[in-house]
Design a protein. Structure first.
Length: 119
């Protein structure tokens, strides 16, 4: 599907999610609060990327996910707001060097599907 992705992933805890709402972070001008759905749960994620909009489908690293750079996703409080995971850019998934924003998936991506299966 994505010919430019040369690395196979093994991320059962990174799934397709859809952005339901965006709002300003109450304590940080450079962050926003993103409400996402993985098809089963609605979660709030604190995010510093601004290339996303309501309706986009994106990779969501759930709590417990381990990314290629060794980062383990944990529930975190960022500037006073709990974040229940992380939206991922290409480089964070080890699929290239692009860190210009969150990876936007095709609109037909199935919510809750693992990124491994999607790719």
């Amino acid at each position: 599907m994505f010919a430019w992705f040369k690395t196979k992933t093994k991320f059962p805890s990174v799934v397709v999610a859809q952005i339901k709402a965006l709002k300003a972070h109450p304590n940080a001008d450079k962050l926003q609060l993103v409400e996402v759905s993985d098809g089963h749960n609605d979660l709030e994620i604190v995010c510093g990327a601004w290339n996303i909009k309501v309706g986009d489908k994106v990779p969501l690293a759930l709590i417990g996910a381990k990314l290629p750079n060794g980062l383990e996703i944990k529930e975190a409080t960022i500037r006073g707001v709990k974040s229940a995971g992380m939206l991922c850019a290409v480089d964070e998934l080890g699929l290239g060097s692009d860190h210009s924003g969150i990876l936007i998936l095709k609109s037909n991506a199935k919510l809750g599907e693992s990124i491994d299966k999607y790719l």
